[in-house]
Design a protein around this ligand. Sequence first.
Ligand code: NAD
Length: 467
Amino acid sequence: MKTYDAIVIGAGPGGYPCGIRLGQLKVKTLVIEKESPGGVCLNWGCIPSKALISAANTFEKIKHGGMGIKVQGLTVDPNELQDWKEGIVKRLTGGVKSLLKMNGADLAMGTATVTSPNTVEVVGEGGQKETYKAEKAIVIATGAQTIEIPTFKFDGTRIIGAREAVSLRTVPKRMLVIGGGIIGLELGMVYQKLGSQLTVLEALPSILNGVDPECSKIVERRITKLGGTIHVGAKALGYEKQSDGSLAVAFEKDGKRDTVVCDVVLVAVGMRPSARNLGLEKVGVHINERGFVPIDKQGRTNVPSIYAVGDVSGPPLLAHKATKEGEIVAEVIAGHKAAMDWVSIPGAIFTDPEIATAGLTADEAKQKGYEVAIGKFPFAALGKAMALNETEGFVKVVADKKTKQILGVHIVGPEASTMISEAALSLEMAAFLEDVNLTIHPHPTLGEAYMEAAAHAMGQAIHIANR
Ligand code: NAD
């Protein structure tokens, strides 16, 4: 039996940074991966989808962006697009292998099962079995997997999940998305811009549940403006194959039955944690009623030598949360004083326009007993946004009316995903509205919108009317 100090199961954005950090801290580490290093994020999620989104946005912008740019015969070759995307994935997943090696952590390919609080059995790709001992710790970083709807079983071509949707080599004429959440809208908009007729069925009363409704409204408007249809409060029931190969999808809305005809159905109704079939129950690790493995602030499960990070340990299911947890758990295993102690986990949704959030919404702040001051600055009033010809959206700052401390920032608009990092830092540093307003933001930049929104919350905005 080979012995390590730490064994990490899963080389996604939680597991591989954990392995790298353990290596840096001189903890003898083995990372085990059953599919491809980089996990869902690098292989089928964050990165491939962002490559497709950037291509679709570029295409759309050249086609309809105004600015006097005129191009004739503009087309996208979905095959070349896929090849380019796959090149990026290959470079990054290869990078994960080198980074682990460079930092002294070993990587084994195979399927791992926890057989005791200190041992892991791995069945390799050729079926060979190997048992490893972890002297100090086992880290579960197995992520999450796509939820399937029984009446829409994946068939890999017509009824697909996000994995297949980032790998399509033809643009469907008509795409139906079940689930108006992050994946459904990000990928739905890609194909919409590349030419698909898009229909979205969302079971809840609004798309992007949990996001500031003023932000999601803007994305909803954009999808509709691009010719798409969104049905909220709509439940997909099932489908029938038509003689021409298309699918007639039945759904119920407001108590009435209706049908949409499409060529591809993308099912994006959420992800569930991958905590089962790992042997965890047998060694006494608690898995909660929602399938997550609960952890404490140091990432420990109820079995002291077993830790969990990322999607498997609980929401939000975000790569950057997984990575930070992985790094902290590595520090804890190495005997350092470390704990998960962040003010906010920012989120970025790569729809058009993008939505990004950090901290509390106004409603959440009110529920927590704050009297709130709100500042809002529209991109329509910002020179840089006009120069980009991307003036939809705004930056909204929610602050404590009494102390002026910033409680949350919600951005919908160009580069919202980039801008939110400044807001996240503001929250971590317990910044006040004045701190942001007194920080000189270079002109002309999109970042000025955050400064002006903070100023607006104090009645001091320069480029819009103050209340
Ligand atoms: P989600 O939870 O964001 O959205 C799923 C949506 O499907 C919900 O709005 C839900 O109400 C709806 N739904 C569920 N059952 C339905 C049904 N039968 N008919 C119609 N609608 C139904 O989940 P997702 O979009 O699949 O994404 C999965 C996870 O991946 C999320 O937790 C998300 O945080 C993460 N993710 C994040 C990003 C990002 O941060 N940019 C990108 C992709 C995925």
